[in-house]
Design a protein around this ligand. Sequence first.
Ligand SMILES: Cc1cc2nc3c(=O)[nH]c(=O)nc-3n(C[C@H](O)[C@H](O)[C@H](O)COP(=O)(O)OP(=O)(O)OC[C@H]3O[C@@H](n4cnc5c(N)ncnc54)[C@H](O)[C@@H]3O)c2cc1C
Ligand code: FES
Length: 270
Amino acid sequence: MAAVDSRGEVLDVQALPLPYFLLRARVAAMVPAEPGQFVMVAGANRPEPYLRRAFSVYAQEATSDGSLVISLLGKVIGRGTEALAACVPGERIPVLGPLGTGFHSVADSASESGRAALVAGGIGSAGLGLLAEALERAGRSFDFFYGGRSAEDLVEAETFRRLSERAGGRLVKTTEDGSAGERGLITAPLEAGLRAGAGYTTVFTCGPHGLMAAVARIAAAAGIAGEAATETPMGCGYGACLGCAVALKNGGYALCCRQGPVFRLEEVAW
Ligand SMILES: Cc1cc2nc3c(=O)[nH]c(=O)nc-3n(C[C@H](O)[C@H](O)[C@H](O)COP(=O)(O)OP(=O)(O)OC[C@H]3O[C@@H](n4cnc5c(N)ncnc54)[C@H](O)[C@@H]3O)c2cc1C
Ligand code: FES
């Protein structure tokens, strides 16, 4: 579906608490995003930062008047994300989307018999929100592995607990400081689950580069397929600036904003 450049009306911005926030905006002209797709957005009426920032569509809902309400789950790390977290209801913000190529395997999910493992690192959970909902709707069971430095990084744990349990799976949490779930990295229970015969046939991941690279190694060793929602700095979001190259194993490059952000795990030169 074609991306549309329009203005979204901010409905609310919730501090989860900060630095994490959830921004909801009504975007009249936008078509629903596929899981893994993103939008380019910016805060309203601010001279800087002038480049829009890439945000996964975390959740979405079509309203009775034909418009789309999108939810963006964010973490403030600089001026662009700070401007979004500072938006107030009623402000109109530029929204371009939906953009990019989402999770390819979702179309097959209903017929796929095996269970899925979704592996998120911190704010990477934003990239897996629509996917978790789609799998749950398709009746495909999944476990959600949610890792962070500490409990505050697992902001959407209850949402993913609800979705995974409805799908017949469970939420598994780890934190590096032990403040929630097991102490350690989220790859440990993923590997333990695979060793114990959890029956995963697909793994989906989004998070820091190191996590996705580790998940790619684990999936390859276990002989299971998988996909990652990658991130690079982005100037335009639609293939014009060529600033978002992702190195591929075949020696070539792909544009994160067009061929990605979702790639098959075995495609990427991690
Ligand atoms: C396809 C895609 C989807 C994304 N989805 C989300 C989302 O749903 N929620 C969300 O909070 N963020 C998401 N991001 C990341 C988000 O775009 C960046 O956090 C944002 O552009 C940072 O802008 P800033 O002005 O706040 O920070 P900047 O001032 O640009 O950067 C501040 C510091 O953070 C570093 N930095 C910038 N981007 C990243 C990054 N991606 N990872 C780690 N460090 C970074 C910079 O090098 C700099 O040191 C996504 C990125 C991509 C490419
Ligand atoms: S962000 Fe400009 S080409 Fe990808």
